[in-house]
Design a protein around this ligand. Structure first.
Ligand code: 13P
Ligand code: SF4
Length: 302
């Protein structure tokens, strides 16, 4: 083990810390994490963490959600500038306008959002639980923010509700289109196509499986097939290859990564543990109001 990894390991014990990492952070960071997973899994782990400090290797909405769900813990993020652009792609004024237009509306907020958006929403969802939660809501009208693609995918599966969409998107997944699918399928004719629901509908329509990062990893691991085109950020390749050394995985769009997730390096993890820097702070008012929609997600997804 490298010196830096040794130092992280001993600081973990000395500071009673736990390291959580999303599948999109660099491989070497996933390697030192205690828990790696999709957004739903990581939010459950963060809520139940009993250690004094949570080191969150991911983008800011993840650390912020962890702090809201488990406010008694110190939550540190290795790079405070690692942010998800989609998290900002909805407006509170628009939410208020929609609420005035429909008296029976549920504002359903993808967890990839700021605390301020969560505060004005009725329930949060992740790609792993959105379908179950939307189906369980008593409301006929659903205003889905900020991701239009995930919203449209859920709407295509839940026909008895009326959806209002917002035009947010993930720049990484939006890069994948019908032409990328054509090129990838031509290059790997026997491979199955597994994609994330943040992809455009024209990509989802061509897929053999649609699911969260964990869903994609589990599907490929359980499948009898041996070759897969992966329509999500290529950080998932680390876990896919660990679990399936004999299977072949090809990115749908080669070389296209989430720049913010890649900001998390081992050096920054060590630095934030040594200096206890990058602490997430949320006001009590934001914590209480945003916690309602996050807690409702955990309740309805159970
Ligand atoms: P999941 O890991 O929850 O599928 O989310 C993907 C993502 O884009 C996280 O930012
Ligand atoms: Fe945000 Fe997309 Fe990066 Fe996920 S992959 S953190 S949705 S920009």
């Amino acid at each position: 083990m490298s010196n830096i990894k040794n130092r992280i390991e001993s600081l973990k014990k000395a500071k009673n810390a736990v390291i959580l990492a999303h599948y999109y952070v660099p491989d070497e960071v996933q390697e030192i994490a205690d828990y790696i997973g999709d957004s739903y899994y990581l939010s459950k782990i963060a809520k139940d963490a009993c250690q004094d400090t949570i080191i969150f290797c991911g983008v800011s909405f993840m650390g912020e959600s962890a702090k809201i769900l488990n406010p008694g813990k110190k939550v540190l993020m290795p790079d405070a500038t690692a942010d998800c652009p989609m998290a900002h792609m909805a407006q509170v004024e628009k939410i208020e306008e929609i609420r005035r237009m429909y008296d029976d509306v549920a504002v359903v907020c993808y967890i990839n959002s700021t605390g301020e958006l969560k505060k004005h929403s009725d329930v949060c969802v992740t790609s792993a639980n959105a379908m179950k939660i939307v189906k369980a809501l008593p409301n006929k009208n659903i205003y889905f923010i900020p991701d239009e693609n995930l919203g449209r995918y859920i709407a295509s599966q839940v026909k008895d509700k009326h959806f209002i969409f917002n035009d947010g998107f993930c720049p990484v997944h939006a890069e994948m289109d019908k032409n990328s699918v054509k090129l990838a399928k031509n290059a790997h004719p026997g491979a199955m196509l597994l994609v994330h629901p943040e992809c455009r509908m024209e990509v989802l329509e061509e897929a053999d499986y649609i699911g969260s990062t964990s869903g994609i990893i589990n599907y490929a691991s359980d499948s009898e097939a041996s070759e897969f085109i992966i329509g999500t950020e290529p950080g998932v390749m680390y876990e896919l290859k660990q679990r399936n050394p004999d299977k072949k995985f090809y990115p749908l769009v080669p070389g296209h990564v989430c720049q913010d997730m890649k900001k998390i390096t081992l050096e920054k993890v060590l630095e934030c543990m040594e200096n206890e820097s990058g602490a997430i702070e949320v006001t009590e008012e934001l914590r209480n109001s945003a916690n309602t929609s996050l807690d409702r997600m955990l309740e309805l997804a159970r």
